[in-house]
Design a protein around this ligand. Sequence first.
Ligand SMILES: Cc1cc2nc3c(=O)[nH]c(=O)nc-3n(C[C@H](O)[C@H](O)[C@H](O)COP(=O)(O)O)c2cc1C
Length: 440
Amino acid sequence: MPARNLHLNLFIHGRGHHEAAWRHPSASPRALTDIRYYIDLAQKAEAGCFDSIFLADTLAAGDDIASAPRIWLEPLTALAALAGATRRIGLIATCSTTYTEPFNLARQFASLDHITGGRVGWNIVTTWLATASGNFSAQSPLSHAERYERAEEYMRVVTALWDSWTDDAVLDDRAEGHYARPGSIRPVNHRGTHYQVTGPLNVPRGPQGRPVFVQAGSSETGRRFAARHAEAVFTAQMEKATAKDFYADLKRLAAAEGRAPDQILILPGLSPVIGGTEADAHRIARELNELTDPEVGRKRLSGRFGGHDFSHLPLDKTLSPEDFPDPALVEAARSRTEVIVGLVRREKPTLRQLLGYMAGARGHFVTAGTPEQIADLIEDWFRDGAADGFNVMPPVLPPMLDAFVAEVVPLLRKRGLFRNEYTGATLRGHYGLKRPSVPE
Ligand SMILES: Cc1cc2nc3c(=O)[nH]c(=O)nc-3n(C[C@H](O)[C@H](O)[C@H](O)COP(=O)(O)O)c2cc1C
């Protein structure tokens, strides 16, 4: 059996994933609207031979903007700039199936695949954030089930658009005056429940055929969607045991869809506070925690549950699952609410403690330790059926990315887990994914 390769994605988010990272003295002095900030991070990740970087997105301003910077550059626009500043690393941008016309999305990603030379990935989201609907002329947000139902049809439309040109459609034959091969560009003629799209796309097929499909919904519906479509899956898991269950379940669901399990990579979030010594790492973690504002966390918690009011809960009250709406009925970030209520059931934290955990990386796995300890953890999850790699979420940027690249990556290489240099030129190549062909 060929050796499995570990995959690493850098999730760029604010000045780091810790809620208070933007205030930490070691965080970047650059503005979050300065493209040089993102270029610097992408180049650092590329120097460490990461497979990819990822830009998340939401479609409404946060209501806590006065006390927390919830801003970034629009991902597709930023990605085009990053394309010119990097050479090998994959570039993944988020775009919403609920609030983007399929033709626009297919055209933008096909263009980006050309611009990047085949390095683009699409994080397929249905947009859980309830307040987004107010920005798109919608009276009320769609339910969780409706969003996923529309997304299924959406995938058929965008895939048909990317397949509407064959790979060899463009002849560009100046002598004979033939620009394109007759019959190689076909209409889509989609007439569905939610979308009517004639096609074909007005951009030739990109180097990867279509962008790499990334997905990050982990509810039952989200998993089924991922099993059908996703080639890489981001997921928030607070412990190895749940990560292993998720991994096994998704590989099984993908196999049931007739897919090869190695064509769907599972990348749990990992937010490592790295210190020269364990004491150092814990000191940095403490410094970050001391800068958090529990009221910012309380608002965020409310957003995850679709606006549920937690204002009456005292910070030092021990929580029980009854303090929360039933996740099965949450229309917003359902799987994240499952993670939160699961933690409350297991550990019975106070609200202050829960908000402390969530401040770390919003419900992803957070750990503090030496480079050796972080490498041990990565190796253990990778070898023990919990992960194909990690969505690395540095708590503070750039210092914790610098530490990861300088100190953790060499250990992973020494253990034969991670590449010494890029061997491929596309994101599909880095991830070991097949290139889709155009159906006859
Ligand atoms: C690592 C990660 C990144 C995500 N990025 C985004 C994002 O950029 N925009 C968004 O609307 N949702 C994002 N999500 C949320 C999921 O796409 C999904 O909407 C949410 O988990 C609710 O669906 P579910 O209940 O099926 O999990 C992200 C989730 C994870 C785990």
